[in-house]
Design a binder for this molecule. Structure first.
Ligand SMILES: [Ca+2]
Ligand SMILES: [Ca+2]
Length: 446
């Protein structure tokens, strides 16, 4: 999904021929949070700060419009055809105070019948990853501003009452995770823990993991706590395709909550930006962004079931164990773990969330939602939407099906979906780092 600077030069064969082979198979928030005071981190090395966020780098204008509700484009006919069903147009609901910038004009989106979407918070710049705090408040990282904010909705009207900075001066904070009442934040090269008391940051913090691999093409770090109480850290590759020196790159690493006990958990993951534990099985699922420069439709994007000690292919094998034209030579792809779900190449799947709320229709319980950030280098743009991957008995039961589309209009995507979380009110919250917003998706009835 991203250019491979930072790594060694990659010789690219024009092997764009490995065509479209493998497309498919496969409540009431009563918030008691006292207003937290600002929390500042010590400065970060200037040299590291200069590196522009990868997504700032050139992105050709999208030459074509995606037809709304194009389920077929995801390759998702699969077993989930009944859910969510055909999409219908809805107007994005915009609170009057937020009707500026990208929301100064009406925005039409497409959702299954009965669903509504509203702007929950706006003016957030590079809105990236989210986590729901113990009080039910939504927290959001804004890497480009070095900031983490809280978005409390204490009056429960579905719109954030304010944007409260809880930490600033950080080095591209991205992944957020709560554990035992404290907020863990993944910066580019470390994980810190912000102490909270009575729902407000005390201003104290500890460095939990001090030395994550820094820089490189994939700068985001994502974290999650497993049912085992351990801290999982995902760090993408330094390049598009290459051999890494640091085993923690293109890998998921596991730690004790205090940062001790580092172990490589799974490897061969080029850039697994989204991590989610299944609410019942406790298994770890992750999105995976495939390599670039092998054409419009290869390799597929992936969702992987992450098991300890497994190798998921990159840089040697892509999709269902297809050898890389260069790095696959002499490598036994059959020893690697194939994806659980394959999706349209260049969709750029980022955040994912199992639906654990109770305000969507019952059939949505336990289904997996995945945010597609959208392509930057495909001849016809793709992605820019949220899909549903049907799950049954803890495993995928079909390919991805469109759930929310409409961000791509004409030759431009006005919004880029990033992360998904289920709020305490059962609504699905979606961040967007192009429109600088968080949306709230709710079920309002047919
Ligand atoms: Ca509110
Ligand atoms: Ca793989």
């Amino acid at each position: 999904m991203r250019p491979g600077e930072g790594g060694r030069p990659v010789r690219v064969r024009a092997a764009a021929v490995l065509a479209a082979v493998l497309l498919l198979f496969l409540g009431g928030c009563s918030f008691r949070l006292p207003l937290p005071g600002n929390w500042k981190a010590p400065g970060t090395p200037a040299e590291d700060r200069k590196e522009p966020p990868v997504e700032d780098r050139k992105e050709p204008p999208a030459p074509d419009a995606g037809a709304p509700g194009e389920s077929a484009a995801t390759g998702g006919a699969g077993g989930g055809a009944a859910l969510p069903g055909p999409l219908v147009p809805v107007e994005l609901e915009v609170p009057p105070a937020l009707a500026e910038g990208p929301f100064a004009e009406p925005r039409r989106l497409y959702l299954p019948a009965g669903f509504r979407i509203q702007v929950f918070a706006a003016g957030l710049g590079q809105a990236r990853f989210m986590a729901v705090g113990p009080e039910g408040d939504l927290y959001l990282s804004i890497p480009r501003e070095g900031r983490v904010v809280a978005l409390p909705d204490r009056d429960g009207d579905g719109v954030a009452d304010q944007v409260v900075t809880v930490a600033e001066g950080l080095d591209r904070p991205h992944g957020l995770a709560w554990h035992q009442g404290d907020l863990y934040v993944a910066e580019n090269s470390r994980v810190i823990r912000l102490e909270f008391r009575d729902g407000a940051p005390t201003g104290a913090y500890q460095v939990v993991v001090p030395n994550l691999p820094r820089g490189g093409g994939h700068w985001t770090r994502t974290i999650a706590f497993g049912p085992d109480g351990k801290l999982y850290v995902s760090a993408g590759s330094s390049c598009n395709v290459c051999l890494e020196d640091d085993p923690r790159r293109a890998a998921i690493t596991r730690y004790n909550p205090d940062g001790t006990g580092e172990e490589i958990y799974a490897t061969g993951l080029r850039n697994s930006v989204g991590l989610a534990f299944h609410p019942e099985t406790g298994e770890l699922w992750a999105t995976e962004n495939g390599r670039d420069l092998l054409g419009d439709d290869f390799p597929p994007e992936e969702i992987n079931r992450i098991e300890p000690g497994r190798h998921y292919g990159w840089p040697h094998c892509h999709g269902d164990r297809v050898p890389d034209p260069e790095f696959g030579r002499g490598f036994d792809c059959s020893a690697t773990e194939p994806p659980a779900v394959m999706m349209q190449a260049h969709s750029a799947p980022l955040g994912l969330a199992f639906y654990t709320g109770d305000t969507f229709p019952a059939a949505y319980r336990g289904q997996l939602f995945v945010a597609f950030h959208g392509s930057w280098n495909r001849s016809v743009p793709t992605g820019y939407k949220v899909v549903l991957v049907p799950f049954r008995d803890g495993q995928p039961a079909g390919g991805p099906v469109d759930f929310l589309t409409g961000f791509l209009v004409g030759d431009r995507a006005w919004g880029r979906p990033v992360d998904l979380v289920v709020g305490g009110d059962g609504a699905l919250y979606l961040s967007d780092d192009r429109a600088g917003a968080v949306y709230r998706i709710r079920y309002a009835g047919e």
